[in-house]
Write a protein that binds this ligand. Structure first.
Ligand code: HAM
Length: 431
């Protein structure tokens, strides 16, 4: 059937989205499984927040001037005229949930983890999607450099479990408390004053709206300017410096290697003190496999009491890409052990019953109900690499037996129908 062009153009994935299946999903599930083990052994609980929130949740936390909010949000007015947005990240939603569900009334810190789709209207390319998947965690309600180190260690352990420890570097920095940061932004603005001719348009805008991000620009001239800019650490209070020093001491004690990167500022406004990212060896904006940091003022910005917090998120898609690039294998999925081939109407009926009985005892078993010829069915059994084919033709139906064929050896034996499930359990169990 030929569809009109304008409809055919819409019966496609939207740009920047993917149909995840087979290999990719195997990697996804492997990573999620490993991460879940790590979260659970550290006492984290899972949280699922909505895929969309009121726009204010993101405006007030991530920051109106950030790229994520100003350019990349999938926001819209729903049928009730509520201005909502698909979540571009989850920290904001988790903090909203923390307050709304009065988690502060329980034992602190609250330790939560999450995984799922997130949405940013970004320019799609490898490692950058409009629907992408994050795996992250938040520790809300306590401030201590040991917690920062523990959270970073958790990230590192997940990377270790999926075989990526050697291909990433941990970049860390501190952006200090609110006061230190304000003083530093003032210095940066002064430093960049009068340098318009060496700055890209983006940086000219950032100088007015978000000076910290000036350090983050990838433009060649801007990188040179940023390298010579005043250093954040010189604007920070002794208390801020001590906090950072202690984080590093804990990391040293844990044997966690890191690179101090004074230009690391992160793309979201809510951070304070420790920030970190995990980079792979590649150049460019997609080299961050994950990142996070402390966000001690976010809950307050939502109207709660001052509540220190820290968290991180990995980009699952990027972890999968990296594992594939590094030729890291993951275990293959479940295999099918038994194929039931039936010939004739009565045999098909009995096959269906047999498959159901096999499933009840946990045997991985399939049949080809639509394929008429026995040789077609056996070909399919071959391609599925099953160990046994159970054959039910007219003769077998009349005799009340099943032919069990060992697909590797080619040997066959006749087993009474009422004994077949028990027989197969033993056979598969022995192997
Ligand atoms: P983020 O750095 O914006 O941090 O995102 C975390 C990770 O998500 C990135 O390092 C990257 O791997 C992945 N990611 C981001 N955008 C895309 C995209 N368009 N396509 C593919 N992957 C992407 C956050 O989102 C913070 N909420 C992390 C955090 C948690 N901070 C404190 N708690």
């Amino acid at each position: 059937m030929k569809l009109p062009d304008e409809i055919a153009a819409k019966i496609k994935r939207p740009r920047g989205t993917r149909d995840l299946m087979n290999e990719d999903l195997r990697y996804f599930d492997f990573i999620l499984g490993k991460a879940k083990e790590r979260f659970e052994q550290s006492g984290f609980h899972k949280i699922e927040t909505p895929l969309f929130e009121h726009v204010e949740v993101f405006d007030r936390s991530i920051g109106k001037e950030t790229d994520v909010v100003s350019k990349e949000m999938y926001d819209f007015f729903d049928k009730g005229e509520n201005h909502v947005s698909l979540r571009p990240e989850s920290t904001a939603g988790v903090c909203r949930a923390y307050l709304e569900n009065k988690m502060y009334a329980g034992t602190l810190p609250v330790e939560l983890w999450y995984a799922g789709p997130h949405f940013r209207y970004d320019r799609p390319q490898k490692g950058r999607y409009r629907q992408f998947y994050q795996l992250g965690a938040e520790v809300i309600g306590e401030s201590n450099p040991a917690i920062d180190a523990q959270v970073i260690l958790l990230c590192r352990n997940i990377l270790k479990d999926i075989g990526l420890l050697d291909s990433v570097t941990l970049q860390i920095n501190t952006i200090g408390s609110r006061e230190g940061r304000e003083a530093y932004c003032q210095k940066l603005t002064e430093y960049y004053a009068g340098k318009d001719r060496s700055m890209c348009d983006n940086c000219l805008r950032r100088r007015e709206t978000n000076p910290l991000r000036l350090l983050d620009c990838k433009n060649e001239d801007c990188v040179i300017l940023a390298d010579m800019a005043p250093k954040m650490i010189d604007s920070l209070s002794q208390e801020d410096k001590d906090f950072y020093k202690e984080v590093k001491e804990f990391l040293d004690a844990l044997g966690v290697e890191y690179v101090e990167n004074p230009k690391l500022v992160r793309g979201l406004d809510y951070y304070a003190h420790t920030v970190f990212e995990f980079w792979n060896g590649s150049e460019g904006a997609q080299n961050s496999l994950g990142g996070g940091g402390r966000y001690d003022y976010l809950i307050e910005q939502f109207g709660g009491q001052a509540t220190p917090a820290i968290g991180f998120a990995f980009g699952l898609d990027r972890l999968v890409n990296e594992m594939e690039d590094q030729d890291i294998e993951v275990p293959t999925g479940e295999t099918t052990d038994v194929f039931v081939a039936g010939l004739g109407q009565e045999a098909k009926k009995q096959s269906l019953v047999l498959i159901d009985k096999m499933h009840d005892v946990g045997i991985h078993c399939v049949g080809a109900m639509g394929k008429p010829a026995m040789n077609h069915q056996l070909k399919l059994a071959d391609s599925l690499k099953v160990q046994y084919a159970l054959i039910l033709g007219e003769l077998e139906v009349n005799e009340g037996v099943v032919l069990v064929r060992d697909m590797k050896k080619g040997a066959q034996e006749k087993i009474p129908q009422e004994e077949i499930v028990e027989f197969m359990l033993k056979k598969l169990g022995n192997e």
